[in-house]
Design a protein around this ligand. Structure first.
Ligand SMILES: Cc1cc2nc3c(=O)[nH]c(=O)nc-3n(C[C@H](O)[C@H](O)[C@H](O)COP(=O)(O)O)c2cc1C
Length: 193
């Protein structure tokens, strides 16, 4: 891997997802910075709820291996997640849990989380913008997985009115905060290459 590559994915599968919209704007911002960006959906990585008996019987499901390799093919990862009951949605936590179980070629546990940079954003119609999910997700990634999560994050409140007809952020302060997040992710990912 020589050219810097950033992976972006939302933690929601919902049609019309605010987080998917924000992920799309962020991906565009990263591309505008001249960086190669890949946007994926967790719908393409269907996983059963983590069950240690299932893992013991059948191993880690292929979509978890695929997602781990997809993360591993990038230098930085931006996760844009909804907040469910003040925390991380099960879809996203389950995907992280499965990826954390993948071991390839005798590599140390959790390696894929540890040699690249992560950044977090959220969107909610509510006043906190999903901020509490970001706090929980930061804990999962840093304390649980040993990841480097950049200091900047962006929680978009009022997400139901935040996008214009062209799917861009209406508020220039929001757009600037997202741009600053994208730039810090690129910088830190570059330093970790
Ligand atoms: C089970 C559940 C719990 C939720 N809890 C919260 C919450 O704690 N805070 C919040 O801001 N929104 C909460 N919401 C509302 C979500 O922010 C809203 O559904 C949002 O649109 C989901 O993101 P998406 O548009 O990307 O799918 C919750 C929604 C569901 C279904």
């Amino acid at each position: 891997m020589s050219t810097i590559k950033i992976l972006v994915f939302p933690g929601s599968l919902r049609t019309g997802s605010f987080n998917a919209s924000l992920a799309a704007v962020a991906a565009k911002e990263i591309a505008l910075a001249g960086v190669e960006v890949t946007r994926i959906s967790l719908a393409d990585y269907p996983l059963p709820i983590y069950d240690a008996d299932l893992e013991a019987q059948s191993g880690v499901p292929k979509p978890a291996l695929d997602l781990k390799r997809m993360i591993g093919a990038h230098h930085g990862v931006l996760i844009v997640s909804p907040e469910y009951n003040a925390s991380v949605p099960a879809l996203l936590k389950n995907a992280i849990d499965w990826v954390s179980r993948v071991r390839e070629r005798g590599e140390p546990p959790l390696q894929v989380f540890q040699n690249r940079a992560f950044a977090l954003a959220s969107a909610s119609a509510g006043q906190f913008g999903g901020l509490r999910a970001l706090m929980a997700l930061r804990q999962v990634l840093t304390l649980g997985c040993g990841a480097t999560v950049i200091p900047r994050q962006f929680a978009l409140s009022g997400a139901d009115h935040a996008f214009d007809d062209a799917a861009q952020l209406k508020d220039t302060a929001h757009a600037e905060a997202l741009r600053a997040l994208a730039r810090q992710l690129i910088d830190v990912a570059q330093q970790m290459m």
